[in-house]
Design a protein around this ligand. Structure first.
Ligand code: SAM
Length: 395
């Protein structure tokens, strides 16, 4: 797949995001990350106590005539996002106190359903130079779905593992983009608000799948596109400034996607469900033979329809009959019943695993075409998200 509607995939397009979004078909995007203008409305220059000028966001792309104009703009691009996003997709919008509350209201008015607000706590924020307010040390991300009924992607277990087996919380401690990760042109920051790759890494990893299409309407230095490519996702990104399109494109070209096996969500994979009836159909359990409790005090005969008959009297599923014996409402029959093979008792749960291994395993190895040497995957240095030298050459 190289195109989506009229637009090339895996490309940063130059233009106004509202116009470009109109070229995308309905319900076709899996994930949107949007870092829109903040509408900071800075008045005049800001200086540090030592009289050096503060490098604040003062760009033309952040200027709006009024709050009403900003709201109108926000409504237009968010409505388009709502149209293009799949029911299984989700959207992330990042902002500061200047705009995030307005964005949040508009999102909800359009019909998006908010799942979380994430606080990105900056470990190294810019100080409040005037000393007139608290140090503004965070940004807010809203994570939302198309509607309340959306069947969205969330890799819960992977996030838990990333957080040392504790549920990933909604406060994320991540440094602002600095040092070698910062894209530079002629030694100067290429973009005033380049977001850290870690932030996009966590978002894309947790709420999309390899092969999905990730859209960024406000690409800037191309952080979303770069991380999406690295994580084996497709991307479509927009920026209205030629300069940023060039920078982002050159940045993305350097990225080498991770190999597919490293991107599989192995930890999320749930066991395929094998009903007891499958074991009978395949002859793992014979019709007419007996299932036994571990202490052999109870036995039940297997019927042709996969029900079991307890002591010639009560009939039901393996679960219902074990629950009845144990005097419980519900019970997992897989852990209760055994079958005799020779002189040995074998758990029917073990038979289920044998069945899974034999008949259901191959469907999960979709990436068989890649050969690995002794199962070691070699990743080159250039494969890292923040490569040694982020100086852009061609602009
Ligand atoms: C906050 S920055 C995004 C920074 C980006 N997340 C990064 O990591 O570099 C917003 C970007 O949106 C672009 N922009 C502003 N208005 C736009 C519009 N109407 N259509 C497309 N791009 C726009 C600006 O040129 C700017 O690069």
């Amino acid at each position: 797949m190289t195109k989506l509607g009229a637009l090339d995939i895996n490309k940063i397009h130059k233009g106004d995001c509202i116009e470009l979004l109109k070229k995308i078909p309905d319900n076709s995007i899996d994930l949107i990350f949007a870092d829109p203008p903040y509408n900071l409305q800075l008045n005049g220059e800001l200086y540090r106590p030592n009289q050096t000028k503060v490098d604040a966001v003062n760009d033309a792309w952040d200027k709006f005539e009024s709050k009403e104009e900003y709201d109108k703009f926000t409504t237009l691009w968010l409505k388009e996002c709502h149209r293009v996003i799949k029911n299984s997709g989700s959207i992330w919008v990042i902002g500061t106190y200047h705009n995030i509350f307005r964005v949040g209201t508009i999102l909800q008015n359009i019909g998006f359903w908010i799942l979380n607000d994430i606080i990105w706590i900056k470990t190294n924020p810019m100080p409040n130079f005037k000393g007139t307010r608290f140090n503004n040390a965070h940004e807010t991300l809203i994570w939302a779905t198309k509607s309340k009924e959306s069947n969205y992607t969330f890799h819960y277990h992977s996030m838990k593992v990333m957080n040392d087996d504790l549920q990933m919380r909604s406060d994320w401690l991540i440094p602002i983009c600095q040092g070698e990760e910062r894209i530079k042109v002629n030694g100067q920051k290429a973009h005033s608000t380049q977001k850290p790759a870690e932030l996009l890494f966590r978002i894309i990893l947790s709420t999309s799948n390899p092969g999905d299409i990730v859209l960024d309407p406000f690409s800037g230095s191309g952080t979303t596109a770069a991380v999406a490519k690295r994580l084996g996702r497709n991307f479509i990104a927009f920026d209205r400034e030629e300069f940023y399109v060039k920078i982002g494109t050159e940045r993305v070209e350097k990225i080498i996607p991770l190999s597919k096996p490293l991107l599989e969500y192995k930890i999320e994979r749930r066991k395929p469900k094998v009903p007891f009836g499958n074991l009978i159909e395949k002859g793992y359990v014979k019709i007419g033979e007996y299932l036994y409790s571990k202490d052999e005090k109870h036995k039940a005969q297997v019927q042709a329809d996969a029900s079991i008959l307890l002591e010639g009297e009560v009939v039901g599923s393996i679960h219902k009959i074990s629950a009845k014996i144990l005097n419980k409402e519900n019970h997992n029959g897989w852990t209760f019943w055994y079958i005799k093979r020779g002189n040995k008792l074998i758990s029917i749960d073990q038979l289920r695993h044998d069945y899974e291994n034999k008949f259901l395993k191959s469907s999960s190895s979709a990436y068989n075409e890649i050969q690995f040497e002794n199962n070691i995957v070699h990743e080159t240095e250039e494969n890292l998200l923040s490569y040694g030298n982020n100086e852009i050459q061609s602009v």
